[in-house]
Design a protein around this ligand. Structure first.
Ligand SMILES: [Zn+2]
Length: 313
C-alpha cells in the first residue's frame, strides 16, 4: 500500500463557534429494534488502494486510511456504530486512529451514527455549512417536527465551504509522496439536502490514476420542492440547488462511482466479481452519467408534479 500523508488545509475551513451540550438521541425510532434489512451486517473489505467499505448492507460507510490517521465518511443509522467499529477492527484498523469524520448529508440514515463514532474515535467532524445546523440540532431539515427522522445531535468542529477549484472544492488534501497533490476533494452538490457533500478521491493503482467519486445524492425522495398545503419548500432555494448540482456534474466521468446507498452502484454484484478474482470489479466508467441523467429527469418530473398539485391541476 502506498504511503499517504494527511495534510489538512485548515485555512479553507472555519471553526464553528457554537458549542453543543450533552448528546442525546432524539430519534423516536429505535433502529436497533427495528433492524431494517439495509442495516444488516456486510463483511467489510478493501475496495481499492486505501479505500475500504465498512458500512452495512444498505448504508455505505467508507474508511480511507493513512499513516497519519484515517478518514471515515458517514455514520449510518443510529445504534449501528458498534457494527462499523467492528468492521474497521476486522480490517486491522482502529477506530481510535480515525482523525476526521465526514458526512455526505445530514439525514439520519447517514449521519445517525456520527455522534457515537465521534465519541469512540475522538475524531473531528467536518461538515458543510448547509448541513451543520441539522447535524448539531439532530434534525432532518424541513422535517423538524418528525421525531422519527431525528438523529443524535453531533458537534461540527469545522465547516467545509465550497471552493472554486477543478471539482468545486478542495477541503482536505491527502497526498502521497508528491506534496500538495490533491487526493481527497470535497465538493458541494446541494439539493437532496442543503449541504449535500460529495467526495472525489484520486488513487494511483498500478500506475493508473483512478478518479473515484463518492456521491451524496440527487434524489428528490421526500423533499418538498415547492410550497404547498404540506408546508414550505424543504428549504429556501432547493430547486436552484438541484439544478446547480446537475449543471456542475454534467461532465463528471469518474472511473469508480460510489454512493452512500450501495444499491446505486450494485455493491453486491461488484463485491462478488471482486471475490471471484476481478481486482478491478468496482470500475464502472459511465455509471455516474447514467445515474445523474436519470436523477435529473426524475427531479424535473417531480417538480412538475408538485407544481401542478399546488395549482390544482
Ligand atoms: Zn438523504
Amino acid at each position: 500500500m502506498r504511503n499517504i500523508i494527511l495534510i489538512l488545509t485548515l485555512a479553507l475551513a472555519t471553526p464553528l463557534a457554537t458549542p453543543l451540550g450533552a448528546q442525546e438521541n432524539k430519534s423516536a425510532v429505535d433502529w436497533t429494534e427495528r433492524q431494517p434489512h439495509w442495516a444488516a451486517p456486510f463483511e467489510p473489505f478493501n475496495i481499492i488502494g486505501n479505500l475500504y467499505y465498512v458500512g452495512t448492507e444498505g448504508l455505505a460507510v467508507y474508511l480511507i486510511t493513512g499513516p497519519e490517521g484515517h478518514v471515515l465518511i458517514d455514520g449510518g443509522l443510529p445504534g449501528y456504530e458498534q457494527m462499523i467499529i467492528d468492521n474497521i477492527a476486522a480490517l486491522g484498523f482502529d477506530i481510535k486512529d480515525v482523525k476526521y469524520l465526514l458526512n455526505t448529508h445530514a439525514h439520519f440514515d447517514h449521519s445517525g451514527g456520527l455522534a457515537a463514532l465521534k465519541e469512540a474515535s475522538g475524531a473531528e467532524l467536518w461538515a458543510s455549512e448547509g448541513d451543520a445546523p441539522a447535524l448539531e440540532g439532530g434534525v432532518y431539515a424541513g422535517f423538524e417536527d418528525k421525531p422519527e427522522y431525528a438523529a443524535p445531535p453531533v458537534k461540527v468542529d469545522r465547516v467545509l465551504n465550497d471552493r472554486d477549484s477543478d471539482f468545486g472544492g478542495a477541503m482536505i488534501s491527502l497526498t502521497d509522496d508528491e506534496p500538495g497533490k490533491p487526493f481527497l476533494l470535497t465538493t458541494l452538490t446541494p439539493g437532496h439536502s442543503r449541504g449535500c457533500t460529495s467526495f472525489r478521491l484520486f488513487i494511483d493503482d498500478e500506475r493508473e490514476h483512478l478518479d473515484i467519486l463518492i456521491f451524496c445524492s440527487a434524489t428528490v425522495a421526500a423533499n418538498r420542492l415547492v410550497a404547498s398545503d404540506e408546508g414550505p419548500a424543504q428549504y429556501d432555494g432547493i430547486v436552484d440547488d438541484y439544478r446547480l448540482t446537475f449543471e456542475k456534474t454534467k461532465d463528471w466521468t469518474p472511473d469508480i462511482f460510489l454512493a452512500n446507498h450501495p444499491e446505486v452502484f450494485d455493491l453486491k454484484d461488484a463485491r462478488e466479481r471482486q471475490l471471484a478474482g476481478n481486482r478491478r470489479a468496482f470500475l464502472n466508467r459511465g455509471a455516474f452519467q447514467k445515474y445523474i441523467v436519470a436523477k435529473r429527469n426524475a427531479f424535473e418530473e417531480a417538480l412538475a408534479e408538485q407544481t401542478d398539485a399546488v395549482n390544482g391541476e
